[in-house]
Design a protein. Structure first.
Length: 153
């Protein structure tokens, strides 16, 4: 890749020492197999801990009422970012935000589960169907239930 078309700043940021840095985060298993697990641009930092959205998204997708979910970082005064999720329910599903939060809380690390969850009709997507994480909008904070000072922070 020589660079992004008419975007010299983006090209300079993406190409380091002649290598294209896509921002993918991977891991290698004990057999030497490589896995792409997330994108560094999607990473949130909650109180100094890195939160990769795919972990909470996968846990949300395990709930039988969840059709789609996207996890984002919301600005937070003392933590830097708070973990939050927008969820699309399956037709005729009855789960609410508190139920989904409790469900995920016991499946991921204490700092990784979404404190804010809101139900939406649909998520913004690209023409190819990919969820556009950066276009996800959260409701005003006063409309969201927050899991505050609970036992797992």
């Amino acid at each position: 890749m020589k660079g992004y078309w008419n975007q010299p700043d983006a090209t300079q940021a993406a190409i380091k020492d002649g290598w294209f840095c896509a921002g993918d985060i991977g891991r290698v298993d004990h057999d030497g197999l490589y896995y792409i697990v997330d994108r560094s641009k999607d990473l949130s930092s909650r109180g100094g801990y890195n939160v990769y959205p795919c972990e909470a998204e996968e846990a949300l997708h395990e709930h039988p009422d969840v059709a789609e979910a996207v996890v984002i970082g919301m600005s937070h005064d003392s933590l830097g970012e708070e973990v939050a999720a927008a969820v699309v329910l399956k037709r005729d599903a009855a789960a609410d935000a508190a139920e989904l939060r409790d469900f995920v809380e016991h499946r991921v690390g204490a700092y990784k589960y979404p404190r804010y969850i809101w139900i939406v009709e649909s998520l913004p997507t690209s023409p190819t169907g990919k969820v556009l994480r950066r276009e996800v909008q959260h409701p005003p904070l006063e409309e969201l239930q927050h899991r505050g000072g609970g036992e797992r922070q």
